[in-house]
Design a protein around this ligand. Structure first.
Ligand code: SF4
Length: 101
């Protein structure tokens, strides 16, 4: 499972349905914040956009507090913002965290 090189539980069945399962792991881990990294992140997010297990992936990344990479269509800074909003009570119903629960 390329997008989950170290922390995904081996028993996760949702990973077998991941749109990224046969793609290079590096694609989901842009380095830096320059134009090249931003383009890479956009490409990864595009793939996530068509992934049927996106809520599971995002829920996993949030629960595991993944500090790097694109998971569930969100980069690390976007997941931090989602976490901050959720803690502040702005998450609203039906968001990605709720969908993956
Ligand atoms: S949401 Fe993105 S990173 Fe997560 S499994 Fe799907 S394609 Fe991979």
């Amino acid at each position: 499972m390329p997008a989950f090189p170290t922390a995904a539980p081996a028993t996760s069945t949702w990973q077998s349905e991941a749109a990224c399962r046969e793609l290079p792991t590096e694609l989901f881990f842009p380095v830096g914040h320059g134009p090249r990294a931003q383009a890479q992140a956009r490409r990864a997010k595009d793939i996530c956009g068509s992934c049927r297990v996106r809520p599971d992936c995002l829920g996993y990344a949030m629960a595991a507090n993944m500090q790097y990479g694109v998971f569930g269509g969100l980069a690390e800074d976007e997941r931090r913002e989602l976490r901050r909003r959720s803690r502040a009570g702005y998450g609203g119903g039906g968001g990605p965290l709720e969908e993956s629960a």
